[in-house]
Design a binder for this molecule. Structure first.
Ligand SMILES: [Fe+2]
Ligand SMILES: [Fe+2]
Length: 474
């Protein structure tokens, strides 16, 4: 198979001059395409989709837009430009030169970090593969496919690092990234949340708002890495990631907007009446939010983590926006945690700051999540309603860490498992909530038309109108 890589795979890593890397990718690329055909978006492979493709890292114009069939998407490899003055920004080697090659002692750990990040990218494509048929509009259908092809490119980004810097081990890991599958009984994806199928568009918007935002914070931590190619790869991935969260943010915003219209038309906030009119009542929205926020929190790991401490000490993974902190060594400070005391109450404990790095990152994430809620609540307030969407406590419905398996109310008050069970349907989507949301999922394919449960977006993509033919169905 001969491919002109300079043409076929847009890149800024001089792919054409590296024969070893070319051969590795020549071997991997057909496997990737096979995976895409089998586990990528189901049934839309011949549709012409109006997609953006990354073609450079120029901040002023890094993407081009045009119709493309997804299997022909040009999955490229882009790293932010190298800063020759970049120094290690945190940990024990603070201030020294960053690494262009991997120090032997960190090889296994960095490989694990890259594989764990890489695994989430194709996982989300697999989770979302059935959503195409139930898109509330072709504007949304296009956004789904945009997110999907870019997650595919993020897989390429991680596979490039594995091939270019980890030799034979890296090539094997790259193959396994295509062998594990979301929800597979024998070879599941590495992280729990990425094994849950996404069957409805409300969950898709929650996923892109909350779970892609976890991705943002993981990438921000890795963008601080002393391993410079990893840092530069992640810096560029963040550029694309912003759109994924935009899809979630505006998606939920449009659901709220539509619900408020129906509440106004009917002059009621009765959930049943809202549902009878085909919209999503705000309490149901809150339950979906509780579910996706809490499951995304687990992705940051345990509050206390010796792994996180050594990633930080060794300069492998920093805090998001490390430059904003004053002390980049973080060896003398401590961090106060509120932990369950085992008797239905809480107790405080101070732990060394380096051991609390997962919690530091999780806290930044929570603050970032608040921004969307403020916006959605402003709509509700303007419409004259007292209801407010809120983020549950970070203790609520946790599976891992100090609060893992501890029953609490959404406000974080410890309660018994029986009390939790009795009120669970108030706080999390019930079977009947899920059945109702699924009943709304019917594809709308005429340009500019929207499903009844969601308002149209304020504007289209790339200055095109909302009723542009974003996907040409064959
Ligand atoms: Fe991604
Ligand atoms: Fe993403």
């Amino acid at each position: 198979m001969s491919i002109n890589y300079q043409d076929r795979i847009p890149n800024n890593v001089d792919l054409g001059s590296n024969r070893t890397l070319q051969r590795a990718l020549e071997h991997w690329q057909p496997e990737f395409l096979k995976w895409w055909e089998e586990l990528g978006p189901k049934d839309f492979q011949v549709a012409d989709v109006y997609l953006r493709t990354a073609t450079s890292v120029d901040a002023k114009g890094w993407a081009t837009y045009g119709y493309v069939r997804m299997p022909d998407y040009r999955w490229g490899i882009f790293l932010n430009d190298r800063d020759p003055n970049r120094r290690i920004g945190f940990g024990d080697s603070y201030g020294q030169d960053v690494w262009q090659q991997i120090p032997g002692e960190y090889r296994a750990t960095l490989r694990r970090l890259i594989v764990t990040q890489g695994d989430t990218e194709p996982a989300s494509v697999e989770q979302q593969r059935m959503l195409g048929h139930t898109a509330p509009s072709i504007y949304d259908l296009r956004n789904l496919f945009q997110v999907n092809v870019e997650e595919g490119r993020h897989l390429w980004a991680m596979v490039y690092l594995l091939h270019a810097y980890f030799g034979r081990d890296g090539r094997e890991e790259a193959e396994e990234l295509l062998e594990r599958h979301s929800g597979d009984a024998d070879k599941p994806r590495i992280l729990g949340t990425f094994n849950e199928p996404i069957r409805d568009w409300l969950s898709f918007f929650m996923f892109t708002y909350f779970t892609d935002r976890d991705g943002k914070f993981q990438l921000k931590s890795l963008a601080e890495s002393s391993f410079d190619p990893l840092a530069r790869t992640c810096q560029f991935m963040l550029t694309e990631e912003a759109h994924h969260m935009f899809v979630g943010d505006t998606g939920i915003n449009r659901v709220v907007k539509r619900t408020l219209e129906v509440m106004k038309e009917l002059s009621t906030d009765d959930p049943l009446a809202i549902r009878n009119a085909g919209a999503i009542d705000l309490p149901t929205l809150q339950r979906y939010l509780n579910f996706w926020f809490s499951s995304s929190l687990d992705l940051f790991g345990s509050e206390t983590s010796s792994n996180a401490a050594s990633y930080f000490a060794n300069g492998l993974k920093g805090r998001p926006d490390e430059a904003q902190y004053e002390d980049h060594i973080a060896i003398e400070q401590s961090y106060a945690l509120e932990l369950p005391d085992g008797q239905g109450g809480t107790k405080s404990e101070n732990i060394p700051l380096r051991n609390a790095m997962n919690e530091v990152t999780r806290s930044s994430y929570v603050r970032d999540c608040e921004i969307g809620l403020k916006r959605w609540n402003r709509l509700i307030e303007k419409a004259g309603h007292g209801f407010r969407l809120t983020l549950p406590s970070t203790r609520f419905r946790r599976s891992i860490g100090n609060w893992g398996g501890v029953s609490t109310t959404p406000k974080g008050q410890p309660i018994s498992a029986e009390q939790f069970g009795a009120r669970q349907n108030e706080w999390l989507p019930s079977d009947s909530d899920r059945a109702y949301i699924l009943s709304l999922m019917q594809g709308v394919s005429a340009p500019g038309k929207m499903a009844a449960w969601i308002a149209p977006p304020d504007r289209g993509i790339n200055n095109n109108p909302v009723d542009y033919e974003y996907v040409k169905l064959q």
